[in-house]
Write a new protein. Structure first.
Length: 101
């Protein structure tokens, strides 16, 4: 199960995720992202601090979000390492932020 909370901020939209990002929940996140994109171009922040598991399908979507400008926020060794992998795969570690809410 995945809970997605959307917060509109002054200059961005923050999606706070809690639970597992896999299976049908990946489609839910993608739909939420598409809705945000269609509403207008604002920076997207994806808060992964409440995520307990990311499946391969979730990793693919997170890479796509990151490539299209989303900031991925993570804490902890597992999800933090995943964010490092995503950034390293594109050779730009400058967008990683840890422990910021």
């Amino acid at each position: 199960m995945l809970k997605i909370t959307s917060e509109k901020r002054r200059n961005s939209v923050r999606l706070r995720l809690e639970g597992s990002l896999t299976g049908p929940w990946v489609g839910e996140l993608e739909q939420e992202w598409r809705n945000i994109q269609s509403a207008g171009a604002v920076p997207l922040v994806v808060d992964l601090t409440g995520v307990t598991f990311v499946g391969e399908d979730g990793k693919v979507l997170l890479k796509q979000l990151w490539r299209e400008g989303a900031q991925l926020v993570a804490t902890g060794c597992c999800i933090g390492h995943l964010v490092e992998e995503i950034a390293a795969s594109e050779l730009d570690m400058s967008v990683i932020r840890y422990g910021t809410k």
